[in-house]
Design a protein around this ligand. Structure first.
Ligand code: SF4
Length: 388
């Protein structure tokens, strides 16, 4: 990128002017990562100060049985496959209860599109989980794809489905099922029936009912930077309309080689993909932060980025990190990084402080639960022992 264009874009960002599609594409074409990170850091600091948010949550996948076969997905199993599973509601409750001691504030639930589970299973699960857990634990559950599936299996409208789930205790949808909205890419990676029209319809509806929801983007597979830009601009437009997204989450596609348990390759994109490098990941965070000017938070999901890239993402536009995650199956079935299955509150605090920020624990609604001390100056001034 030539210096003239850099100065032009800087001026826009510092004046708080909205960036265009062309600006987004130009930013992706720029290899000056330090400059991009600096610009994004300026914006994240203006919006969120020196704070990095985190929450203590539990990811729960009640079934991995799915009628769809999305090209990138290593999680789904077909009925009868050896490690296909579906939890009874009591088992899901027992699992969630086993986490109580960790003071979680959020249960995050996504599932496969099970071909025969009745619709009633879902509101009953939410109700049972809410009844069993302390009132401080919010249930964030189901992608827009699942809500669309529930319409199909229940014969109800999304309006009725959401009303019933909210009545059972649902406090937020999850942001998944977005992947990349552009059909040019989407037709090759997504096998279910939920595309931009239905995804946006369902989130719009959720927002109209007072729910705040996250939104995501799966990047680093067969899409080009222009598709990432278009994806974010669609979400930005919807956000102009509803104001209902509280966070944007770029998710790095996992290029796996085999499933660790049965050796089967389920990822059909394998032959055509590698995976976004750390630098590409940081660029995606920075450009997303700069383009998506009307969303308050950008979150890094460390399970999909590894801890070191996640730490660096906090200096490239992200102000939120998820989370104390246990047993995150959808990603971990595809993980080659040896990232741990979970992080404790303490290791998360260390990571945030090491990146130079002040940790703040939040709940699902982004209300502050607890504030912590910022970086430890003494630790920064003393050489640290190597961790092995
Ligand atoms: S991404 Fe979701 S809908 Fe697609 S195959 Fe996997 S579990 Fe099923």
């Amino acid at each position: 990128m030539d210096t003239g264009l850099k100065r032009e874009l800087e001026a826009k960002v510092f004046a708080g002017e909205r960036l265009s599609r062309e600006d987004g594409i130009a930013l992706y074409a720029c290899d000056d990562l330090a400059w991009l990170g600096g610009l994004a850091h300026h914006v994240r600091t203006k919006k969120n100060g020196d704070v990095v948010h985190f929450n203590v949550n539990r990811h729960l996948n009640m079934t991995n049985v799915c009628t769809a076969s999305c090209a990138y997905c290593s999680f789904q199993r077909k009925p009868g496959e050896k490690d296909a599973y579906t939890m009874r509601i009591e088992d899901a409750v027992r699992l969630a209860k086993s986490m109580e001691a960790e003071q979680l504030t959020e249960l995050h639930i996504v599932n496969g599109l099970h071909p025969t589970l009745p619709w009633r299973y879902y509101p009953r699960s939410i109700r049972a989980l809410k009844e069993a857990l302390p009132s401080t634990v919010a249930v964030k559950a189901f992608t827009a794809t699942e809500i669309h599936w529930f319409e199909r299996i229940s014969g109800l409208s999304a309006d009725e489905v959401l009303d019933e789930l909210i009545d059972a205790g649902l406090e937020s949808l999850t942001g998944g099922g977005a992947e990349i909205f552009d059909w040019e890419v989407r037709q090759h990676i997504v096998d279910h029936a939920t595309h931009w029209e239905d995804w946006s319809r369902i989130h719009r509806l959720a927002h109209s009912k007072g729910l705040k929801t996250p939104c995501t983007m799966l990047y680093g597979h067969i899409e080009e930077p222009k598709h990432r830009v278009d994806h974010v601009l669609r979400l930005r437009e919807l956000q102009d309309e509803t104001g209902g997204f509280h966070v944007f989450i770029p998710l790095r596609y996992q290029h796996d080689f085999h499933d660790s348990r049965d050796g089967k390759i389920r990822n059909k994109l394998m032959a055509r993909t590698t995976m976004a490098t750390g630098a590409e990941a940081l660029k995606t965070f920075a450009v997303s932060r700069l383009l998506f000017d009307n969303v308050q938070h950008v979150k890094v999901f460390w399970v999909m980025h590894g801890l070191q890239t996640a730490e660096l993402a906090l200096n490239h536009g992200a102000d939120d990190i998820d989370g104390s995650v246990v047993e995150y199956k959808i990603t971990h079935d595809a993980d080659e990084f040896g990232t741990p299955d979970k992080m404790t509150r303490e290791s998360l605090l260390d990571l945030i402080r090491n990146a130079g920020f002040r940790p703040v624990e939040r709940n699902t609604r982004y209300e502050i639960i607890r504030e912590f001390e910022g970086p430890d100056q003494a630790r920064r001034e003393t050489p640290q022992p190597m961790r092995v």
